[in-house]
Write a protein of this length. Structure first.
Lengths: 194, 194
DNA sequence: TCCCGCCTAACGATCGTTCGTTTGCTACGG
DNA sequence: CCGTAGCAAACGAACGATCGTTAGGCGGGA
């Protein structure tokens, strides 16, 4: 395997360990052991354990933001279409790197105060994209909702459960997962059976 | 506040700290500090840190199971009604003790192998209740679903996001939260407008 | 007097991190 | 073709701090 960057390899290993056991329960020496080097040797490539977590979280956040941005740009103003694109983009980011996505969703509280609040701010902005599409859909009669903010939170909760069970070699390929969740989310937002 | 059991007070404090910072990031001395005693003094009431986590997780699991059992017993065979009761019961257990529910959902991986697999087994059995109602609903034409297992997982993901934002003194009272989520879940399961 | 709740002291282990040194390769001057 | 300078990567020892936990003692209410 060609080694582009030792640092990136560290972050990938750390992603998987943080996902499986959590940031606090994963020691620097645990990460090093997987790479078959000694714990302190890691510090030739990274400045601190928290910096590794931050690199993972920051990159994951950027991928979510870029995917949502692209999805919004690619679709017109039709809320149903826009929401489907947002969901599909979100699921793709998760399935492309489950470890990083899980760390982004669950381990941001381990960051220091500054970085933690920065993540929360970006998360709010991201959720706002979903809420605005929902509000547009309500105004246009495409969606039936009394509480758009709660609906956006519920939608993202549903999607963010995926890293808890999805595995790249599981019974459902990533594309099918996306299809199913687009369907589920649109059902949540569109009017009930009547 | 009348103090029924010192041990229970420890578990309640631990619930809140485990929820806020995670099990591994919470020290025994952190728990003791909130109770205004010294760290080692906890061991007069408790046998180990993991035992505290187990007590919290076990009680939360039992409350989920009991609530689901009661909900199932109270409703007939109508799947829509049964699912509504299951969702309402689940949300009530969460809102009754957000801390314990959050710990149950997120911190079970910190348990030792035996207890962890015991929890996973109970969680599977619990999820099975949801899946069976969904399957019954599909068979009777009440629900439209191609993948009942995935639907059950998605429903529980949606509900288990609640501890991430619900606060007893928040803008939504517990009853409204339950109403909204019953609505959202039934929409997910029932046929869409398309 | 006894016991229960809490104390302080201390243990071995492990944590994140720093430091000085060694290793193995690549490039280049003579 | 040799010798050597340079460099990135990893090593092993060691640091201070903190972890979960044990042990023994002290004080006050029944």
């Amino acid at each position: 395997m060609v080694e582009i960057s030792r640092r990136r390899a560290i972050e990938d290993v750390a992603s998987e360990l943080f996902r499986a056991h959590g940031y606090a329960a994963t020691s620097v020496r645990d990460i090093a052991r997987v790479l078959e080097i000694q714990g302190p040797s890691l510090y030739a490539h990274v400045t601190s354990k928290e910096a590794v977590l931050w690199a993972i979280v920051d990159r994951a956040a950027a991928r979510f933001e870029a995917a949502a941005e692209a999805a919004t740009r690619a679709t017109g103003i039709d809320p149903v279409e826009a929401m489907a694109a947002l969901v599909r983009a979100h699921v793709r980011v998760i399935t492309d790197d489950v470890g990083a996505a899980a760390v982004f969703v669950h381990e941001w509280r381990a960051l220091g105060p500054d970085r933690r609040s920065a993540v929360l701010e970006r998360r709010d902005a991201y959720e706002r994209r979903f809420r605005e599409v929902i509000e547009t859909g309500i105004a246009g009669g495409d969606f039936e909702m009394t509480d758009p903010a709660l609906a956006a939170t519920a939608v993202l909760s549903t999607l963010n459960g995926i890293p808890g069970w999805y595995r790249p070699d599981g019974r459902l390929p990533a594309g099918r997962v996306a299809d199913h969740f687009v369907d589920l989310v649109l059902r949540m937002l569109q009017g009930a059976s009547r």
